[in-house]
Design a protein around this ligand. Structure first.
Ligand SMILES: Cc1cc2nc3c(=O)[nH]c(=O)nc-3n(C[C@H](O)[C@H](O)[C@H](O)COP(=O)(O)OP(=O)(O)OC[C@H]3O[C@@H](n4cnc5c(N)ncnc54)[C@H](O)[C@@H]3O)c2cc1C
Length: 287
């Protein structure tokens, strides 16, 4: 299929894009790498009347260490993030998760900002943003605001960004030295969307876990971090009993839906198996 007719606007600056969005309201959509939006337009799942192309705004493509944060411009491509030594050094969880995102050609054009704004429930990066307490910097006609990742991902394909706002920057909390972390994905083929993925991080203080972050992809339309599973590990050592308790809490809290790849029971089994796997891996990395 081909998309419905639309007007094409090439933005020359962020302000230019905001003004086009403000002028056209809900009828306009931003185009970044086009790797999700164009497919949706071709299948008529999205029918914007106006496409505002921000793909050439090169000032939104950068990676910077900024105090306690690693700041990444929204238009930075997947491959640039994946290949960045700075990202690997300061946020290894991002690099590990990115190794599973899509295929080389898609990663050459797709952007981190587009991925987060698309908010596919099978996408790895919204979970990573939540695990790393990321802040999303949005600019619109009302000025700039920062939204915590926990509040940004509202529901499937739905975020807290307003129709006239552009995501300009993602600020990930830098991971501490000696932190325990892991990210594991089960998909049909490497680079396909996850059937289920799990990620976690925590600090090890006097033999117990502190600041536990644990969550899943593919385990429910809006589920990222799972509070019940995090609570089961907070202040505890990682051992056979706590791993079993965390996995049980996670299985009880998630809400996966059957799809063409897996039924609900299989996904619950993956939640249990991946919980165990990421906790063991994270514990082996923690100092
Ligand atoms: C074959 C294939 C396999 C894939 N596999 C995976 C996978 O395993 N894991 C995964 O996570 N993803 C996967 N993807 C999706 C890929 O990561 C996309 O690149 C990403 O979802 C969208 O990024 P984009 O830059 O292409 O955004 P676009 O497609 O241009 O836009 C996506 C949405 O975000 C909005 N948007 C874009 N940028 C901004 C911004 N700066 N501010 C506000 N709104 C914005 C757009 O208006 C649109 O609604 C796959 C895609 C394909 C085609």
């Amino acid at each position: 299929m081909k998309p419905s007719a639309f007007e094409y606007v090439r933005a020359t600056s962020v302000d230019d894009a905001i003004s086009a969005l403000s002028q056209h309201g809900d009828e306009a959509r931003l185009l970044a790498g086009g790797q999700s939006l164009i497919a949706m337009m071709n299948t008529r799942l999205a029918e914007p009347k106006v496409l505002v192309d921000i793909g050439r705004l090169s000032d939104l493509s950068y990676i910077r260490v900024d105090g306690d944060a690693l700041s990444i411009g929204a238009l930075t491509t997947h491959n640039t993030v994946l290949q960045s030594a700075e990202v690997a050094a300061h946020c290894p969880l991002v690099s590990a998760a990115y190794a599973n995102v899509a295929h080389h050609t898609v990663r050459n054009r797709g952007t981190l900002g587009g991925n987060l704004c698309h908010n596919d429930p099978a996408s790895e990066m919204p979970l990573v943003a939540s695990l790393l307490d990321a802040e999303l910097v949005l600019r619109g006609s009302g000025g700039e605001r920062r939204v915590a990742a926990e509040d940004f991902f509202v529901d499937t394909f739905h975020t807290a960004a307003h129709a006239d706002e552009i995501l300009t920057e993602i600020r990930f909390a830098r991971q501490g030295a000696g932190e325990g972390w892991a990210f594991e994905v089960v998909s049909q083929l490497k680079g396909d969307y996850a059937i289920v993925a799990a990620g976690c991080r925590f600090a090890m203080v006097d033999g117990v876990c502190r600041g536990v972050r644990l969550g899943f992809v593919g385990a429910g339309p809006a589920i990222k971090r799972v509070a019940a599973a995090e609570t089961a590990l907070e202040g505890q050592p990682v051992n056979g009993a706590t791993i079993a308790a965390v996995a049980e809490a996670a299985v009880g809290a998630v809400d996966p839906h059957a799809d063409m790849h897996a039924d609900v029971q299989y996904k619950l089994d993956l939640v249990q198996a991946l919980s165990e796997r990421v906790l063991k891996q994270a514990a082996s990395r923690a100092v």
